[in-house]
Design a protein around this ligand. Structure first.
Ligand code: PBG
Length: 324
């Protein structure tokens, strides 16, 4: 046997060597923490399918955002859980709606330390749980929904959100929201397009997190998990419509799509490690089947390696504390 002269193991010899040659690193500023605020909560309410994650009261929300900011997390993404829901999601645009009030509060309290962002979608606010308004046959009406998104964008910008997360998967939503923002004078409010968002079983725990009223599914607007090219098409359209950031969601089951989008994008590419991805790792770790910290870090590192500049993850604060 001739001994090999090419030995990749040379670069793996010590922790210091591995650290030096690491191609991908995690940094707190590249993490965004999703936060839930519940209108009728007087204290935080644990979400049983997401151990460690809660529906916040206004007070506990501020504390969670402050802790994230102290850890160096780049931003927070806010979701609201209203007390009253109706067919058109009135509370999404009401200036005193829970999401808008919480945005105002966070922008004031932590807006200098991290970037306050908001979910722009109707599903938390509608009594049928769909991401848009319905037509007379019960189908999600794309263009009528766009009008609501335009109003929601202006309400969120007014409340002080710096980045609007368009997660509804309506056709044309980026262009319509940007027009509405411009017309209202909000030229500095950025648009994060959930460009490639797949209809996923891994959203399961999120339904509990926002007390979702949905009975069916979102397959007429979210993408079919079979389709890779279509993810690229959606991202390309959103970039052409003027999106400031594009996102792929979920993350771990869609790393191919993420890699494709990162390849063609000339704007930042983000990924959302969603509720079910979180729950899966937490559940296995709780059983002692995997090493929790190692699995969490590996999962987020893999998402970054596939091409995400920034990752939305429910572990954002904890990871930031680990790595600094
Ligand atoms: C829509 C929205 C959802 C999530 C983020 N924004 C729910 C859905 O599309 O069904 C899911 C996030 C997660 O599962 O962690 N408002």
């Amino acid at each position: 046997m001739t001994p090999p002269s090419i030995r990749p193991r040379r670069l793996r010899t010590t922790p210091a060597m591995r650290r030096l040659v690491a191609e991908t690193r995690l940094h707190p500023a590249d993490l965004v923490l999703p936060l839930f605020v519940r209108e009728d909560a007087v204290a935080s309410v644990p979400i049983s399918s997401m151990p460690g994650v809660s529906q916040h009261s206004m007070d506990s929300l501020v504390r969670a955002a402050e802790t994230a900011a102290e850890a160096g997390v780049g931003g927070v993404m806010l979701f609201g859980i209203p007390t009253v829901r109706d067919a058109t999601g009135t509370q999404a645009t009401a200036p005193d709606g829970i999401l808008n009030r919480a945005t105002e509060l966070l922008a004031r309290e932590v807006g200098d330390a991290l970037v306050v962002q908001t979910d722009l979608c109707l599903d938390e606010f509608t009594d049928h749980g769909h991401c848009g308004v319905l037509d007379s046959s019960g189908r999600v009406d794309n263009d009528a929904t766009l009008e609501r998104y335009a109003e929601m964008a202006v309400a969120q910008a007014f409340a002080g959100s710096s980045i609007l997360g368009l997660s509804g998967m309506m056709d044309g939503q980026v262009a319509v929201v940007l027009d509405a923002l411009d017309a209202a004078g909000y030229i500095d409010t950025a648009v994060l397009a959930y460009a490639a968002k797949y209809s996923s079983a891994f959203y399961g725990p999120f339904r509990e997190a926002v007390d979702s009223q949905l009975t069916g599914d979102r397959r007429t607007y979210q993408q079919d998990p079979s389709n890779r090219r279509e993810g690229l098409r959606e991202a390309t359209l959103d970039i052409a419509e003027g999106a400031d950031i594009v996102m792929v969601k979920p993350a771990m089951s869609y790393l191919d799509v993420l890699s494709d989008v990162a390849e063609i994008s000339d704007i930042p590419v983000w990924a959302y490690q969603i509720s079910g991805e979180y729950a899966m790792i937490e559940a296995a770790a709780a059983q002692g089947w995997i090493d929790r910290k190692a699995a969490v870090l590996e999962s987020v590192l893999g998402i970054r390696r596939a091409g995400a500049d920034t990752v939305l993850t429910y572990w954002a604060t904890e990871i930031a504390e680990w790595i600094t």
